[in-house]
Design a protein around this ligand. Structure first.
Ligand code: SF4
Ligand code: SF4
Length: 347
């Protein structure tokens, strides 16, 4: 059973500030050895999103890594959807617009999977859905890693935390496509009004309404969100199958780094949507605090249970945010060997 360190969000003075919470947690979760090149994996948020992890949290981790003798770099990967993360140039620009710069973080920000997401390393994982997955090369090649995740809701996985960060955010483009490809949608011709919005949304030129070319489509479903008529429909089992793959893919970075990963879940500003959204929705529950651990399954299990405990007062759980059960991807991650759901919470 792994230990999860928890600092409550109730702040009464500087001894409870968020940077201090990180300083309290770090010695318990750090995998850093002297001389390590250390990836600090973050999501800097889309432009327009203002509820992502703050640069000062990252700065605190950078300074702690340096104190431990490590050589830190802060990093993220490109995306499959249009926005500020489709390629490395825009991702670095977008991160700077949200305040993630060398000056603010005291370490360089680099893109882990190259200019267009093509820079990855194949890792055999022997899962039920995925035999292998490709991990962003700068992460697979690091000596150790700290994954800083924003705990929040997510339309595809119910909850987004450490496992989601590993099984999607740490992959290169090909890896992300492997996870998403079970979501390739179709257009209902009866509902489609030929407005063309989806054509503009799709980065892969896959749509000629009412047809979608599945040889070009990667299943990331930004078109479905954009359609004003709800005419774009994914396969009925897409969410569960995507979550199964997500949980299994999380084993890729865990295996590549042979477990030399520490996890921080920053569970403030709990929005329904993820930090890929170019806006921030209203918080669905009060701040929880910061958790740290060495097991991604255990830290997410602890986070979900703390959130559910808080939501219970209103007869709800995180499931009710999107009608998506987050335990599907957590269970898949446990089954393949990423970690175990059992934990001991140390406050
Ligand atoms: S966005 Fe929807 S309604 Fe508009 S063209 Fe695409 S499928 Fe049709
Ligand atoms: S057709 Fe839709 S799901 Fe497929 S790549 Fe384009 S936007 Fe993504």
């Amino acid at each position: 059973m792994s230990e999860i360190i928890y600092r409550d969000a109730k702040i009464t003075g500087p001894q409870d500030s968020q940077p201090q919470q990180v300083k309290d947690i770090f010695p318990h979760i750090s995998p850093v050895k002297k001389g390590d090149i250390v990836a600090i994996k973050i999501h800097p948020g889309e432009y327009g999103n203002t509820t992502h992890v703050r640069p000062v949290i990252v700065r605190t981790v950078v300074d702690l890594v340096k104190e431990a003798g490590g050589i830190p770099f802060v990093t993220d990967t490109t995306t499959l959807y249009k926005g500020m993360k489709l390629n490395a140039a825009e991702l670095i620009e977008g991160a700077a617009m949200n305040g993630f710069t060398h000056a603010s973080m005291n370490a360089p920000f680099i893109v882990a999977d190259g200019l267009r997401g093509g820079d990855g390393e194949k890792i055999m994982i022997n899962g039920q859905a995925l035999d292998s997955i490709t991990v962003a090369s700068a992460l697979a090649g690091a000596d150790s890693m700290i994954v800083i995740s924003h705990g929040k809701g997510h339309p595809a996985s119910g909850f987004g935390g450490a496992v989601k960060h590993l099984g999607m955010g740490c992959l290169d483009r090909a890896g992300k496509i492997r996870v998403h490809e079970v979501g390739k949608p179709s257009i209902d011709p009866e509902k489609c009004i030929q407005c063309g919005i989806c054509v503009e949304t799709c980065p892969w030129g896959a749509i000629s309404p009412p047809e979608i070319d599945h040889s070009k489509c990667c299943g990331e479903l930004s078109c479905a969100d954009s359609c004003p008529e709800e005419a774009i429909i994914p396969p009925h089992d897409a969410t569960d199958r995507m979550q199964e793959r997500l949980g299994e893919a999380a084993f890729g970075p865990v295996k590549a780094l042979e477990g030399r990963i520490g996890y921080i879940n920053w569970v403030y500003d709990l929005t329904p949507g993820c930090d890929c959204f170019n806006f921030s929705g209203e918080r669905f529950v009060a701040d929880i605090g910061i958790l740290g651990g060495r097991d991604p399954v255990a830290i997410d299990a602890a986070t979900i249970e703390l959130v559910n405990e808080r939501m219970k007062e209103n007869g709800r759980s995180i499931y009710h945010i999107w009608g998506v059960d987050p335990w599907v991807h957590i269970n898949a991650a446990q089954r393949i060997g990423c970690g175990k759901k059992e934990y001991k919470l140390t406050c």
